[in-house]
Design a protein around this ligand. Structure first.
Ligand SMILES: Nc1ncnc2c1ncn2[C@@H]1O[C@H](COP(=O)(O)OP(=O)(O)O)[C@@H](O)[C@H]1O
Ligand SMILES: [Mg+2]
Length: 388
């Protein structure tokens, strides 16, 4: 089984450098590695000083790189898909038509096709490790929640029952095997829907995929990192590592930086105390920018010695249904969240949890559908929803 590690964080904090350092380490250790950038502002080419395109090219032995062009990917799939949508439209009433048009021009829909490309590469099984250098967190979040959201819309609009039952409904068991329905019997919309379902399962498969956050010890960035961690958990992704970049080295002895060192120390303390339960790595601020394999190897030597680095470093269970005396309880892990930002409602067969601007639809398993929500509690970092 291959492994996918996704790096994300605020713009400019060092995502590309950190991701690429991992890729270099892995390749040097004989692991066949692909580093993929999904950030439209690609910079793997600059970093490795090599022209990198939409198909993987070899950087050196065991290391391959690819900059995904999501528009190119979208055209590959979307040609048929938009036709399929149009055909289906002719069966729909006016109201559905409007919603459908919303989907077809969904902002960010191209990004979805970057993910599908990653899944395709994973399925080909050529690489042992796929490292994803993602866009800044905000975009990553919308990217990662997209497969679920999009499937959700499709399900509302199209008669997808036969595969919906197989793909989406049993979710919330962490990883489950999907059987491919007879492909010839599916139309293009169903095929896309099915692909999205398997994509979701891949991204949420704790044995394969995990997300790592890159941050720096500065107020705004630390705050954003906490928020991203919360949302990633809300969307049920496994976050198994945190990298603190640009730490001023101890040996720097200069009045100006003394103050900064103190400031950084305070944020480092905060990061260690709030992220106490995930592995943390520190990367120092180098005297020059990070360039080429040599530059990346410095990061590897100084900060990425851990022999288990490419393993899943931690597994979180983010949502779990438990039987209670009178019914069921759903626990959702939502670290750093605040009671006042929460909203919770039921919609059809879903529970919708809203925190600030983010919304997650959690499908309710069949057995629980005949119960209704009677109460909800936020306790520490756990949201408990009671069904009776
Ligand atoms: N620890 C560091 N020391 C020195 N320069 C760094 C360090 N981390 C990143 N950089 C430089 O900062 C810039 C942004 O880093 P990059 O990894 O591209 O960030 P991101 O992908 O998050 O935008 C690059 O020029 C990179 O070489
Ligand atoms: Mg980058």
């Amino acid at each position: 089984m291959g492994r996918i590690i996704i790096f994300t964080g605020k713009g400019g904090v060092g995502k590309t450098s950190t991701a690429a350092a991992h890729a270099v380490k892995a390749a040097n250790e004989g692991v066949k590695t692909l580093i993929v950038s999904t950030d439209m502002a690609h910079n793997l080419s600059d970093l490795f000083m090599k022209e990198i395109k939409e198909e993987p090219i070899e950087i050196f032995n065991n290391l391959y790189a690819l900059e995904i062009d999501s528009n190119h990917e979208m055209e590959r799939y979307y040609g048929n898909i938009s036709d399929a949508f149009k055909n289906m439209l002719s069966f729909k009433n006016e109201e559905d038509k409007e919603v459908l048009e919303d989907i077809v021009v969904f902002p960010g829909i191209e990004e979805l096709f970057s993910l599908l490309k990653i899944k395709e590469l994973y399925d080909e099984g050529i690489y042992d490790l796929i490292i994803v250098d993602c866009a800044p967190t905000g975009e990553t979040l919308s990217l990662l929640k997209f497969p679920e959201l999009f499937s959700w819309y499709m399900e509302k609009l199209f008669p997808l029952e036969k595969i919906a039952l197989k793909v989406l409904r049993p979710i919330s068991k962490i990883a489950f095997k999907l059987e491919m329905p007879d492909e010839k019997a599916m139309n293009d919309v169903e095929k896309l829907y099915f692909k999205l379902g398997t994509l979701q399962n891949l991204l949420k498969n704790r044995e394969v995929c995990s997300i790592r956050l890159v941050t720096i010890p500065e107020k705004m960035v630390v705050e954003e990192t906490k928020r991203s961690y919360m949302y990633l958990n809300l969307y049920n992704f496994n976050v198994d590592g945190l990298y603190i970049n640009r730490i001023i080295p101890e040996e720097v002895d200069n009045g100006f930086f003394d103050k900064w060192k103190q400031i950084q120390k305070n944020y480092l303390d905060e990061i260690y105390s709030v992220f106490w339960n995930i592995p943390i790595y520190k990367i120092k601020w180098y005297e020059v920018d990070i360039n080429g394999t040599k530059g990346l190897e410095r990061i590897v030597d100084d900060s990425l010695k851990d022999n288990n680095l490419f393993k899943v470093l931690k597994t979180t269970i983010n949502e779990i249904f438990e039987r209670t005396e009178k019914g069921y309880r759903l626990d959702v892990f939502v670290p750093f969240s605040d009671k006042k930002d929460f909203d919770l409602f039921e919609s059809g067969t879903d529970i919708i949890v809203k925190i600030g601007n983010f919304k997650r639809n959690i499908p309710v398993p069949n057995v629980i559908r005949r119960y209704s929500i009677v109460s909800a509690k936020l306790n520490n970092e756990l949201l408990s929803i009671y069904f009776e």
